[in-house]
Every structure is written in C-alpha cells, then in structure tokens.
Design a protein around this ligand. Structure first.
Ligand code: HEM
Length: 380
C-alpha cells in the first residue's frame, strides 16, 4: 500500500475518501496523525457514531463484545476504565513473565526440532502471543483455538453476521471465564484486575468482561504480526545476520525499526469529530469518521529520512505503531518483550534459518488493518 499512501499524502495528508461502505477522512501524514491521536476533541465512542459508520442503517461496526471497552470510550469513562489497567498491568508484571515466555518459545521450537521446514507464522509467531495472553487471563489450552477463531472473526470479517456471531460467542465465553476466575486467582493479569476491583470497584461486571475480551483480541494477532515482520526483516537482510552476537545486541533497535517499517496495525485507529477540526489546513466537519493510517504516518518523508529503507538505528521521531496519547497501547512493553524473546530463541536455535521463497512472492494478509506476511516458509 505504500506507493498509494505516498501519492495520497503528497496530494494532501488529510483527505476525504468516498466510495467505501461509509465516507471517511484518511490521515496519512505523521504530524497530522500524531495530533489527531492525542486530540481531546475527537471521540472514540463508536456506539455514539454508528450512524456515521452505517449510513444505510444496516451494518454495525463495533462488536458488542468490546463496545464497552477502553478502545471505544471517551473520558470520563475512558479514564475510569484505563486506571485499573495501569494499576494492574504494570511493567513489573510484564517483566516477571520473561522466564515463562522463554519457556513457551523454547517449547515451540522444540516441537520443530525434528522437522526441516516450518512456517514461522503458523508454527511460531501466532501460537507464542496467543499462549501468553491466554495464560495472562487463565484460558485453558483446549479453549484457545476457539478463542483465536472468534477474535479473528471479530476483526477480519467484513460480514457483520459473522462478526456478530463471533461477538456473541466470545462474550459468553469471557463472561463465564471471568466468573470462574473470581474464585480461582493466581498471579496473572486477570487476577490482578479482579484484586484491584475488590479493593475499589470502578468497573461494572460487563465492563470487566469487555476489557478481558479486548485483551484477547488486541493482545495476540498484533504481536504475531510484529514477530513475523521482524523475522522477515532479518531473513531478507543478510548484513543484519552476519554476526549472531551483533544481531542479538541490535535486536531492540531492529524491533523498533520493524515496528516503524510495517505497522502491525496498518489502518486500525478510528476517531469521530464532534465539532469541526482542522489538520494541515484541511477542515473536517462535525460528525465524520477519521481513519489514521499508522503505516502511512510512519513512512512520511517529512518526518523520517529515507522512510522506505529499513534502518535499525535510532531515528529522531518515534513511530506511531502503538498509537499516541490517552489510548496508547498498554501492551507495548509486553509485545516488544515477546518479540525479543521470540527472535532470540529462533536465531539461537536455528542459526542457519532461511526463507524458502523469494520475499516478493510471499502472500500478505488480506486486510488493511493487519500488516504482516501470511506465511513465512523457512528451512530450519
Ligand atoms: C491499544 C497497537 C499489542 C492491548 C492499541 C492502539 C494501538 C495498538 C495502535 C491504540 C489504538 C487507538 O488509538 O485507536 C498494538 C500493536 C501491538 C499491540 C501494534 C503488538 C505489536 C498489545 C498487547 C496487548 C494490547 C500485547 C495486551 C496484552 C491493548 C489495549 C488497547 C490497545 C487494551 C486499548 C487502550 C485504550 O484504548 O486506552 N494497541 N497493540 N495491545 N492495545 Fe495494543
């Protein structure tokens, strides 16, 4: 999509797009995206703007399962709902997971030990974060495949009946899970949230279920994309892999640049105007939908020199792949930790890992939201 983004940005970094299911304003410029992401005048309350998303009154755009979650609320509700997340989902909780994530990664590579070939997406990049988030919520292994299917249907299916069915299943499942976990707690994230709410309840039971559901859907697909994208960068740039020790040392920077180079969520952040707003001299009237393309913003030549070149050294501007402002991704630290462990495990276990297909022929996920290759066939 990058040549298209470049053309659109050159015309105007903020422009109206017609012809889709609903008209919207697309932001492709970095400065404009950053401003909009943190703009308190914009709303994320999808339920309140359903008429904008479904002018024909037929489609519902937010799955009911996450309609009451952080992602679809504004202050004061957003502030109220985000506070327990900040209290429970601490950097310490994330860092404590290190040995467990290392174990999960080690188990996954052990399963590949007697094979010569593997698809790094299906065999590694997807199961790793799925296992991590399910363990954080206490989802037993036998239920994980169903949860993955529902969460994919929730986001990736244009067909609203499909999505509503998935939303119904996932909400019912998560309601049961939260009820069970009230009496069986451990030192995981859901327990931390329940403990927090015992002390000072600020969320309704439905809001807690919605939050837990959001963690499942936000927590694994995106991280799987990042693991796959980072692996692809390494496998296609021999210079980065010439010395294993140097590669491992440079990994944090390689992951940052992979985040910039291919935002795992390409266009996924939506906002609505309650009043007219102006970005880049373009006025957007009230009652409009705005889509912010993080992938396009991260390759804006006004903010990044040689934006289409993968350069794993610090850049003066931060990428926007985890968003910016009050909705900034609370899972960013965990996603980077998982990716770091994933790549370290892969590279140390399979030092001669190679792609078996030319990178230009790899299929990419058919979604404007999800940016990552569909498969990464490799020789181990
Ligand atoms: C929000 C990206 C991993 C949980 C967001 C947003 C972005 C994002 C762009 C902001 C959306 C907006 O402003 O509209 C990513 C990427 C990830 C990732 C690229 C992986 C590479 C995770 C993980 C978790 C998580 C691992 C949880 C374990 C959330 C939640 C929100 C969020 C709960 C909503 C925050 C709010 O609205 O206040 N994520 N995310 N994400 N993310 Fe992530």
């Amino acid at each position: 999509p990058y040549p298209l983004y470049d053309r659109l940005r050159e015309q105007c970094p903020v422009q109206r797009m017609d012809g889709g299911r609903f008209p919207f304003w697309l932001i492709t410029g970095y400065a404009e995206a950053r401003e909009a992401l943190a703009d308190p005048r914009l709303s994320k309350d999808t339920s309140a703007f359903e008429h904008v998303l479904a002018p024909d009154g037929r489609t519902r755009d937010i799955a009911p399962a996450i309609a009451r979650s952080l992602l679809a609320t504004d202050p004061p509700d957003h502030t109220r709902l985000r506070r327990p997340v900040t209290r429970a989902f601490t950097p310490q909780l994330t860092d404590r997971l290190t040995p467990r994530i290392e174990q999960i990664a080690a188990d996954l590579v052990a399963d590949l030990a007697d094979r010569r070939e593997a698809d790094l997406v299906a065999d590694f990049a997807v199961p790793l974060p799925l296992t991590v988030i399910c363990e954080l919520l206490g989802v037993p292994p036998e239920d994980r495949p169903a949860l993955r299917t529902w969460s994919q249907d929730l986001f990736l299916h244009g067909d609203h009946r499909h999505r509503d069915a998935a939303s119904h299943h996932i909400a019912a499942y998560m309601t049961d899970l939260v009820t069970t976990r009230r009496t069986t707690r451990g030192d995981d994230l859901l327990s931390a949230l329940l403990n927090d709410q015992d002390e000072a309840p600020t969320m309704s039971p439905e809001e807690l279920v919605s939050l837990a559901t959001l963690f499942v859907v936000a927590g694994h697909e995106t991280t799987a994309n990042l693991i796959a994208n980072t692996a692809l960068m390494l496998l296609t740039r021999p210079a980065l892999m010439s010395d294993p020790h140097t590669t491992l040392e440079a990994l944090p920077q390689i992951i940052e640049e992979a985040l910039r180079f291919d935002a795992p969520l390409g266009i996924a952040t939506i906002r609505f105007t309650r009043e007219p707003v102006t970005y880049a001299d373009t006025e957007i009237p009230a009652d409009q939908a705005i889509m912010i393309s993080l992938a396009a913003a991260n390759r804006d030549p006004r903010s990044f020199t040689s934006p289409h070149t993968f350069t794993p050294t610090p850049r003066p501007q931060p990428h926007l792949s985890f968003g910016h402002g009050p909705h900034y991704c609370p899972g960013a630290r965990l996603a980077k930790l998982e990716t770091h462990i994933a790549l370290t495990t892969l590279l140390t276990t399979f030092p001669t890992l190679t792609l078996t297909q030319p990178p230009s022929t790899l299929p990419w996920r058919q979604s404007r939201q999800m940016r990552s290759p569909q498969t990464l066939p490799t020789l181990l």
